[in-house]
Design a protein around this ligand. Sequence first.
Ligand code: BMA
Length: 361
Amino acid sequence: MKHILLLALLTVTVTASAQSDPLATAETRNLFRNLLVLQQQGLMFGHQDALAYGNGWYSEDGRSDVKDVCGDYPGVYGWELGHLEQGHVYSLDSVYFDRIRNWIITAYERGGMNTVSWHGRNPLTGGSAWDVSSREVVASILPGGEKHDLYVQYLDRLAAFFLSLKTGDGTFVPVFFRPYHEHTGSWFWWGKNLCTPEQYIALWRFTITYFRDVKNIHHLLYAYSTDRFETPEEYNERYPGDDIIDMVAFDLYDRGPEYSGILKNCASIVCNLAAEKGKLGAVSEAGGRIAVNTEWWTKTVLETLRPFPLSYILVWRNPWQQPAAAFAPYKDHPSSPDFVKFYNEPHTLFQEEVTKAGLYK
Ligand code: BMA
């Protein structure tokens, strides 16, 4: 067991800031407020599909690759809703939505934080999220567009799922929603070269106001998350607005020796923007070549990010039949000893410490 930091959340004063929804539930408001404090104190660790599967296993009760290695669960749980918009019962990563719902509730009841991404299919062409064959997709789903009604149907399916995230006593489980990510690149139909800044912003604003004001969903927080960028201007070019965004974040995968420098620059810009705006900051997706760079956890991630008040870093999934594609360590992985050091660092926050901090009260 790790030495636990005493996290005195209530004693730290946070400067004026507001989350996006004036009607947010108490738990949602508390989560936002507590995370603003917690990001000054340590970096939560997150893993995509942490409870759903891992290297060599699928849906085993209570299991997590991260827990197998360090003895504790991540503090942040990432989930994916791609194909929910189609009315399917399982995601593009073959995880049943009914189980995702249960795991989100389990993670919340444990005191952890949930964040949801959405690689929704291309509503104009019928292709995947990666179908970039048309530049008309975003235009086609905005109000007045030929696929607008289909898009609203997609949102209705997501809304029904969000409204089903309730504990036994009827409390809605707060969740971060992080759609339309990595848009500073052009590999998804909503990417930079596929729509104008105005269209991208309009898509966000329609989506969030539909959930909030039409579907009356008041337990979501919204994360804006780019891919790599160099300047605050580039980061802000398609920013949808302080009134609908709660977290400024970025995705950044290690693709070579320049990684630490880019990570540092992006972290610094995002933290400055978060402070200016009174928002949360995070590395919403990351992953390294941990099989070869076995000290990636302490030497690359922790050394680079330690100075920055970021809420969390989340590493992407461990597909169950592809050990080489795992972004988190698993039992006997070559980077496991370094991951245990990373876990033992007082600056990193896993489930036990996050629970102790009390995100929802
Ligand atoms: C990508 C890959 C894909 C996956 C998608 C959505 O980065 O991991 O295999 O389908 O994310 O989770």
